[in-house]
Ligand binder design. Structure first.
Ligand code: 5GP
Ligand code: ZN
Length: 109
């Protein structure tokens, strides 16, 4: 079982922000911004390249709810998903990084 499936199963604790039947949002263990949330589907999907449009549509709505819950909708935020090796994906379970709480700089490579 992957590490995020263990979080879904409650085998690894997480600091949850929002949850419904299909998704969980929780604080990243190693934040790189004042607010750094990970948003995952409960179902194991490897990455963005393999998610169905149907699941992604529901996930979009959930991510918007998380941003609102944390009052990030007013000042803005960054939404990132690392896909595969070159994208720097370390956990092979689809997740979006929701980053905010400060004016973020743009970096690449
Ligand atoms: P990736 O590099 O795959 O896009 O991001 C994986 C993220 O998961 C990293 O930001 C890392 O800090 C976070 N992470 C890894 N293991 C855990 C964990 O057990 N709990 C939490 N909350 N975050 C984790
Ligand atoms: Zn998984």
């Amino acid at each position: 079982m992957c590490i995020f499936c263990k979080i879904v199963a409650g085998e690894i604790p997480s600091n949850k922000v929002l949850e419904n039947d299909e998704f969980i949002a929780f604080h990243d263990i190693n934040p790189v911004a004042p607010v750094h949330i990970l948003i995952i589907p409960k179902k194991h999907v490897e990455n963005f390249q393999s998610v169905t449009p149907e699941l992604m549509a529901k996930m979009t709505s959930f991510i918007q709810d998380v941003a609102k819950e944390l009052c990030l909708d007013k000042n803005g935020y960054r939404l990132v998903t690392n896909n595969g090796k070159d994208g720097g994906q370390e956990v092979p379970h689809l997740h979006f990084h929701l980053l905010g709480g400060a004016k973020l700089k743009w970096t690449h490579l």
